[in-house]
Ligand binder design. Structure first.
Ligand SMILES: C[S@@+](CC[C@H](N)C(=O)[O-])C[C@H]1O[C@@H](n2cnc3c(N)ncnc32)[C@H](O)[C@@H]1O
Length: 450
């Protein structure tokens, strides 16, 4: 059989007609095997369109059939299926969706405040746990293959010798690279996987302010801080946007931002159907507000640090490169620097017609189908003194600044465009009122309010 006619009984593949589609939907949706085969065929045709496409059919017809099959086969709403599909070349997009159907490896982080990885590994092996170091890039991570005991209830776990933690969530803390005796802010920290990692890298010196706007979530944060024996952590509960008014002058800040969770779909499949365009707009807006507050909380005078790490467990550009690029535009006193992470794909410097600052290539993307870890994004900024700042600054891989033009820049405070932000602020207020059991005022449409 000709390779191009594979699985089609010698017949060239053709897209279903409108009538066939209607019959399919009347029959309660397409048969799963039909969809699987059709997805494969569409990917193949789109890969060699001139040779394999049916006469009179356009590329966009194949793409729209493929998208419709992806959303029905994997169970995504069409909006999210398309948003994620657009991130990759077509065959890779399928690999991404497939990887989201498979759980990621169970991983734990050794708490170096209590034990050493070798000792922990031996203790767990003695209990019947089959494990191995995660990889060369971490000296505290272990991957658990199988276990005859519940890994979240061993005596070692209860004694705080380790944290059950996704491998991806080690990355922002490695990039932050906190140094002993520093003052660190973890702006959105619950339940504390990264806070306790920071505390351990500080070797229980200095101080970590572990903040989370959600007071209920600070309970598990405090519990983890105590279990892991972190003595340098102060737990607090402010809206991150109140920083640096409540506290500032940090050597390092981590903003592990609230996000849509499109990187952790294998853990939480509800993301497939419960995210709309509006959610992404609101989240990106919150992330932009938070990142400016995070930047302003960093001390540019820090002798040892002066940096911020921004991370999300989402793979969308709206929540990652767009937010980072916005921060670069709003705060000319910051620049991106190398994350120090040994792997990960470069962040986008342009995406679907949008151009970002070239230094966005210093940021890192992680994917389930490529790195066998949750989808994740990490960006690291160096914060300089305000005032004399290079206007058009080029960032080098070493983090050096190539200033082109200097400007006496009395920098705006948290400069939001009120008109642009009003609808989002109103929406936040409505949600707060609802949470308190109050009836919020009628919602204005974004367009009308703007
Ligand atoms: C991705 S989670 C943080 C996970 C945490 N860094 C860890 O490693 O365990 C995002 C957190 O942001 C918090 N959050 C949401 N809005 C916030 C805001 N405006 N200010 C501060 N925290 C916020 C959420 O309650 C949530 O705990």
């Amino acid at each position: 059989m000709d390779e191009d006619e594979e699985e089609t009984d010698g017949e060239p593949f053709r897209l279903p007609t409108a009538e066939e589609k209607e019959a399919e939907s009347n029959a309660g949706g397409p048969d799963v095997h039909v969809v699987q085969r059709r997805m494969r065929q569409c990917v193949r045709v789109l890969g060699r369109f001139a040779k394999l496409a049916e006469k009179g059919r356009s590329r966009s017809e194949y793409i729209s059939q493929l998208l419709s099959d992806i959303s029905s086969y994997y169970g995504y709403n069409e909006f999210l299926a398309e948003k994620l599909f657009q991130l990759f070349p077509i065959p890779e997009a399928i690999e991404f969706f497939e990887a989201n159907e498979v759980p990621r490896p169970v991983t734990i982080r050794t708490n170096t405040l209590r034990t050493r990885r070798r000792d922990l590994a031996q203790a767990l092996i003695n209990r019947g746990v089959n494990l191995e170091p995660i990889g060369k890039w971490t000296n505290v991570g272990l991957q658990v293959f199988e276990s005859s005991v519940p890994i979240g209830a061993t005596p070692e776990y209860l004694a705080g010798h380790y944290m059950l933690q996704a491998a991806s969530s080690f990355l922002p803390v490695i990039a932050l690279s906190p140094q002993p005796n520093e003052r660190v802010l973890d702006m959105a920290s619950a339940p504390g996987g990264k806070t306790t990692h920071i505390a351990a890298l500080l070797q229980n010196t200095g101080v970590v302010f572990a903040n989370d706007a959600n007071k209920a979530r600070t309970k598990s944060l405090s519990a983890n801080v105590h279990r892991l024996g972190c003595k340098n952590v102060v737990v607090c509960s402010y809206d991150g946007r109140e920083f640096p008014k409540v506290m500032g002058g940090f050597d390092r800040v981590l903003l592990d931002a609230p996000c849509s969770g499109t990187g952790v779909i294998s853990k939480d499949s509800s993301v497939k159907v419960n995210k709309s365009d509006r959610d992404f707009t609101l989240l990106a807006h919150l992330q932009k507000q938070l990142i400016l507050c995070a930047i302003d909380s960093v001390s540019p005078d820090s002798k040892t640090g002066g940096c911020l790490v921004y991370s999300t467990c989402s793979v969308t550009v709206d929540e990652n490169e767009s937010v980072v690029d916005y921060a670069l535009r709003k705060r000319p006193n910051v620049r991106l620097v190398d994350t120090g992470l040994e792997f990960g794909r470069e962040g986008f410097t342009s995406y679907r017609g949008k151009k970002f600052h070239p230094s966005l290539s210093l940021t890192r993307r992680f994917y389930p189908h490529v790195h066998n870890m949750d989808g994740f994004y990490v960006a690291k900024f160096k914060v300089e003194k305000r005032g004399k700042v290079p206007k058009a600054a080029e960032s080098t891989a070493e983090g050096g600044l190539v200033g082109i033009e200097e400007e006496e820049g009395e920098q705006e405070k948290i400069a939001f465009d009120d008109a642009e932000d009003r609808p989002y602020l109103d929406e936040a207020k409505r949600r707060q009122m609802k949470a308190k059991g109050l009836k919020p005022p009628r919602r204005q449409t974004v367009e009308a309010a703007a």
